[in-house]
Design a protein around this ligand. Structure first.
Ligand code: UD1
Ligand code: CA
Length: 455
């Protein structure tokens, strides 16, 4: 009888040499999250009793990314079957009839829906000993092929390098994902040898051993896009493109308008409310949340930012972590915000830097306002009160408070706090020298210089 226990094993011991990168392969990111993170997140949705990650030696970053899930170290990469065996001890206390779901850490597009179909297949009666995930490949050349007998039963998998001509014509391929009872899986794995072209212990060999032992294996199919593995930078880009397609479709299904979906880049965790409009060439980094009806205009870059309902950002805005744009507030072109809040209805429309700053409701930040929050050693805060008006080309030297309703005259460098409702002006007095420009030109002309100014 099957138990409702489920445990998962994620294979991530491969170095991924073909990535030509110093980072372990599974830590390369797709939509702002590591491939391993995507896989773990999808597995988590199944609420398994445990997820064990198989890592290679000297992969502390992979183990850190797997945390709090336990890792086991596969000292030598002797094949996928050997990798799963490495996890045997870490699962020894689990119900022997419980299911072990094996997935690859470099296959981040696998969906929860497909994983659930595997679990459902194992809930059938009689309980299948093994459930295999397969797909029809446009080009099956690199993959293990599923071998079926005349009645459609799975008799084994042959790896591409071991396949004969007839087997190479089979289009149904092994995705690598497997679900099997714990005892059955480890008993079969103990019998897997390495007498094959690669000299490796192949996990899919258990299908043949199961068939020979009269055990029952079933095949579940998924689309090729979902089981696309990543071995090279080019494949990483393909997987990124597929993930972006999904994220765009999900946003539009929620009522978000993407004028040109292909020109908007999402993070896995981007949250856009219905009625949000996003113009082309917008990039969402991690941790962005946007309220209903907000508009994000072209060429804006947002990360770790929150936008209230009806806010407008861009074009050409940069919102860095900790940027908060209040309801109906406006952030215009060439404005950068970091750890900064714009109150409801406040505006910073042009050429401004707001860092470590709080701007009150309905305040107006003029063009070219710069908050000087860093003195080369530490960061300081600036507070701008409700309804304040900051004139253009103002430098606000933090720490600083500008009171509610205060007006700062254009071109000022403000270093001391400004009281509520005060008008502050800090610049040298204007000196109009009558006729001086004309006299200057004449002087130059007599000296033989051909100026371009008026006569
Ligand atoms: C595997 C399957 C193949 C299937 C294909 C689908 C085997 C023998 N072959 O081939 O049938 O069509 O996936 O993409 O399983 N790993 C370890 N330790 C090892 C070896 C591999 O942890 O000793 C990990 C890798 O890091 C990777 C995963 O297992 O995440 C798959 O290994 P890989 O070598 O890429 O298998 P394929 O040759 O692609
Ligand atoms: Ca692979």
């Amino acid at each position: 009888m099957a138990s409702d226990h489920l445990v998962c094993v994620v294979l991530a011991a491969g170095k991924g040499t073909r990535m030509k990168s110093r980072r372990p392969k599974v830590l390369h990111e797709v939509a702002g999250r590591s491939m391993l993170g995507h896989v773990l997140d999808s597995l988590q949705a199944l609420e398994p009793a445990r997820i064990v990650v198989v890592v290679g030696p000297d992969m502390p970053e992979t183990a850190a990314a797997a945390a709090p899930h336990p890792c086991v170290v596969q000292r030598e990469q002797l094949g996928t079957g050997h990798a799963v065996l490495t996890a045997a001890e870490a699962l020894a206390d689990i119900d022997e009839d419980g299911g072990v779901l094996v997935v690859f850490g470099d296959t981040p597009l696998i969906t929860v829906a497909t994983l659930r179909r595997l679990v459902a297949a194992r809930a059938a009666r009689p309980v299948p000993a093994l459930v295999a995930l397969a797909f029809r490949a446009a080009d099956p050349a690199p993959y293990g092929r599923m071998l079926l007998d005349d009645s459609g039963r799975l008799t084994g998998v042959v790896e591409a390098v071991d396949a004969d001509a007839a087997q190479r014509r089979i289009g149904l391929c092994n995705a690598g994902v497997m679900l099997a009872g714990r005892r059955c899986l480890f008993d079969l794995l103990a019998k897997v040898g390495n007498d094959n072209a690669k000299g490796e212990y192949y996990l899919p060999d258990v299908y043949r051993l199961a068939y020979q032992a009269g055990l029952h294996g079933v095949v579940v199919e998924a689309s090729e896009a979902e089981v696309q593995g990543v071995n090279t930078q080019a494949e990483l880009a393909l997987v990124e493109a597929e993930m972006q397609t999904r994220l765009r479709a999900a946003a539009m299904a929620e009522g978000v308008t993407l004028i040109d979906p292909a020109a908007v880049w999402f993070s896995h965790d981007t949250r856009l409310a219905p009625g949000v409009v996003v113009e082309p060439n917008v990039i969402f980094g991690r941790g962005v949340e946007v309220g209903e009806g907000a508009r994000i205009l072209g060429f804006s870059h947002l990360e770790g930012a929150r936008l209230g309902p009806g806010a407008t950002v861009g074009p050409f805005a940069r919102l860095r972590p900790g940027a908060e744009v209040g309801e109906g507030a406006k952030v215009g072109n060439f404005v950068e915000m970091k750890q900064a809040t714009l109150g409801p209805g406040a505006k910073a429309n042009h050429l401004t830097y707001l860092g470590d700053t709080e701007v009150g409701a309905a305040a107006n930040i003029g063009a070219g306002t710069i908050v000087c929050n860093y003195d080369g050693f530490s960061k300081s805060r600036t507070e701008i009160g409700e309804g304040a008006f900051i004139g253009s080309n103002t430098a606000l030297v933090a720490p600083l408070k500008v009171g509610k309703g205060a007006i700062v005259a254009a071109g000022s460098t403000i270093t001391r706090n400004v009281p509520d409702d005060a008008l502050v002006i800090e610049r040298t007095e204007q000196d109009n020298r009558q006729g001086a420009a004309k006299r200057y030109r004449e002087l130059k002309r007599r000296a033989g210089k051909a100026g371009k100014g008026s006569k």
